[in-house]
Structures are given as structure tokens and as C-alpha cells.
Design a protein around this ligand. Structure first.
Ligand SMILES: [Zn+2]
Length: 238
């Protein structure tokens, strides 16, 4: 049997090439973004920052829509079908399987084009700081100064309500990429899922440092403004 070869295509009509749209690119982008978020979920668990069904994660697709973990999923073990795609607008329709904290994620993603991932966890030391009012001093180390710049405490609002979404939007107006949610946990934003994770771990580390120092009666020495400026000049944007 004769198989037509590409060189015999003179009589075959040329196919019109589909023009890729943002939506088409988003579909193509789902597997890689999902894999990155699954890896971050596993890593957050391995770092001791995940318990039960606490926490959720979302990533921004090329068309601006959000890929997010569904309600009640286990971040330590996110399956491929544990994610749902949702429109990004604060008041857009909420998919039935989406996390109830979807508005918090939408508000955070709206904070800037650099925000490609939003991670919400309630790790132990951050929770202690979030439920006791103990300050988390970001002036103690260069990493905290850079990763947690303008760290802001968001007043308590009921989880899952639009009120919390509005409070998060307010908390991010100073440009910070890290929030402590009073009585609830923390929210970190990143250009990648990995960056959001490392920011969360830095926040958890500094909260732990502050509480251990307090327990031990050891005063934490803050970096001076000139020292902070030097760190910023040398490393900001890296
Ligand atoms: Zn929550």
C-alpha cells in the first residue's frame, strides 16, 4: 500500500494553522504549573508546615485565570484532579469544588503581575505569632529583611468570607508579599510556587526565632537602618 509522503502533498489542501490564544496557552500550561504546586505541597509538608487539610495554593495561568487546590485537599499529597480552574475576578463565579478561601487568593493575585503563586498555610510558629500578637521582627536577619519586606498583620476576618478577601487586599497595598492573618495563619506570594514556599518558610523561621528568644529572655538585636540599606542595595531583586 502506498503511503503519501510529505513530498507528495501537492494535491493535499494546506491546513490553516490555529492561532494560539491565551486560553489555549493556559491549557498547555496547566500540567507544569500543577506539578510545581504539587511539589511545593509535598515540600511544605516535609518542612513541617502542613497539617490535616490546612492550607491551600493557587497559581496564575497565562490568561490570568487561577489554578487552585480544591476544598478539603491534602497539600502533602495533591492528586492531578485535586485542582480547579477559576476566573480571577473577586466577584466572579465560584466553582463548586473551589476552596472557600478563593477570594483571599483572588485578592492576592490581583496585587501585581509578579504574583504568580499564592500559598496559604498555618504552620506552628506563625500560628503562635498570629494568635498571641507576638511581633515577628523582620529586621533580625538579611533574609527576613529581603523576603518579608513590609510584612503586614491582617486583622481577623472569618475564613472563607469576602471580608477576609477585602482585608487581604488592604494588607497588600504597601507592596508586601507576606501577610500574617491574625488568628488564622499566613499568606505568602511569589513569582513561582517555590518562591512562595521559601517566603513562607522564612516567615515561619523568624516567628520561631522571635518566640524562642522571648522564652529564653534573649534580646534580638535589630539590624540598623544603614545595615538594612546595605543589604537592600546588594541583594534586592535577586
Ligand atoms: Zn485558612
Amino acid at each position: 500500500m502506498m503511503v503519501p509522503s510529505p513530498h507528495m502533498s501537492g494535491s493535499i489542501p494546506t491546513e490553516e494553522k490555529p492561532v494560539p490564544t491565551n486560553a489555549a496557552r493556559s491549557n498547555d500550561a496547566i500540567p507544569a504549573l500543577r506539578a510545581d504546586m504539587q511539589a511545593v505541597g509535598r515540600s511544605a509538608f516535609a518542612r513541617g508546615m502542613v497539617w490535616g487539610t490546612s492550607g491551600n495554593i493557587s497559581g496564575k495561568l497565562p490568561d490570568g485565570s487561577l489554578l487552585m487546590s480544591k476544598a478539603g485537599t491534602d497539600l502533602a499529597d495533591l492528586a492531578d484532579d485535586d485542582f480547579v480552574v477559576a476566573l480571577p475576578g473577586f466577584d466572579d463565579v465560584v466553582p463548586p469544588e473551589a476552596t472557600s478561601e478563593i477570594r483571599m487568593h483572588r485578592a492576592a493575585h490581583a496585587a501585581g503581575d509578579d504574583v504568580r503563586c499564592v500559598l496559604h498555610l498555618s504552620p506552628t510558629w506563625v500560628m503562635l505569632a498570629a494568635t498571641t500578637g507576638i511581633a515577628v521582627p523582620i529586621t533580625t536577619t538579611a533574609e527576613a529583611h529581603l523576603m518579608l519586606a513590609d510584612l503586614t498583620r491582617v486583622p481577623w476576618a472569618c475564613p472563607g468570607t469576602p471580608d477576609l478577601g477585602h482585608a487581604v487586599a488592604m494588607g497588600l497595598t504597601n507592596g508586601t508579599r507576606a501577610l500574617i492573618l491574625e488568628g488564622h495563619g499566613a499568606l505568602t506570594l511569589g513569582r513561582t510556587p517555590r518562591e512562595a514556599l521559601l517566603r513562607m518558610e522564612t516567615l515561619e523561621f523568624v516567628a520561631r526565632l522571635a518566640i524562642l528568644a522571648r522564652q529564653s529572655g534573649l534580646p534580638l538585636i535589630a539590624m540598623q537602618p544603614a545595615q538594612r540599606a546595605e543589604v537592600s542595595e546588594r541583594y534586592e531583586g535577586h
